[in-house]
Design a protein around this ligand. Structure first.
Ligand SMILES: [Zn+2]
Length: 197
């Protein structure tokens, strides 16, 4: 198990994600932009990364939510908490999905779901959602607070819409309005109702 973890860990560690470059072209709050850059470079402080650096012991690898090995991609995608988060959002858009293996695949498939007028807003849902999953993880680990998935999705949408409206003053919807009809902003008709690689 330990040898297997070292092999998998080393492989993930060197996996390049194009988001590490592309992220600087996106309009985002600086703290989220920097976080995504770290995430794309596999540099956030997950238990897996801290064990690799010798900060935590090998027996502290487990995720505080699901007890599996907590890597970077685990926190924002492969953890059952993250899976429930993204599933709730995608189900509201009538999208059937299978969890992608890598951050790059996830982002690529996500943006493929919106080719229309609100493509930038759709991308913001992903950036704010990813950021809020990281913050929820930290509150769980450091403050012993358990986040409600529905509230976290709602918060992510509202924050994304607030940010979007700073740049698009004539955008007529509130965060609550977007949350209630989010399928309108997901142009999934072009690619069919699926996100399966
Ligand atoms: Zn987990």
């Amino acid at each position: 198990m330990r040898d297997q973890w070292f092999q998998t860990s080393a492989k993930n560690h060197y996996q390049f994600c194009f988001l590490a470059i592309r992220i600087w072209k996106e309009k985002l709050p600086p703290r989220i932009q920097f976080f995504i850059w770290l995430l794309a470079r596999d540099r956030i402080s997950s238990n897996d990364a801290l064990v690799r650096r010798g900060v935590l012991n090998y027996n502290q690898l487990a995720c505080s939510y699901c007890a599996k090995v907590e890597s970077n991609i685990h926190i924002v995608l492969h953890c059952s908490f993250a899976w429930r988060f993204w599933s709730l959002l995608l189900n509201k858009c009538n999208v059937i999905w299978v969890t992608p293996l890598s951050l790059q695949d996830f982002y690529t498939q996500w943006i493929s779901l919106s080719a229309g007028r609100y493509r930038n807003l759709w991308k913001l849902f992903w950036f704010f959602g990813t950021w809020n999953l990281w913050k929820a993880r930290n509150r769980r680990v450091f403050q012993d607070e358990m986040e409600d998935v529905h509230s976290l999705v709602f918060l992510s949408i509202c924050k994304a819409v607030d940010f979007y409206r700073v740049h698009f003053h004539d955008f007529p919807f509130s965060g609550n309005g977007v949350f209630r009809c989010i399928d309108f902003f997901c142009n999934n008709s072009y690619y069919g109702h699926s996100m399966i690689s």
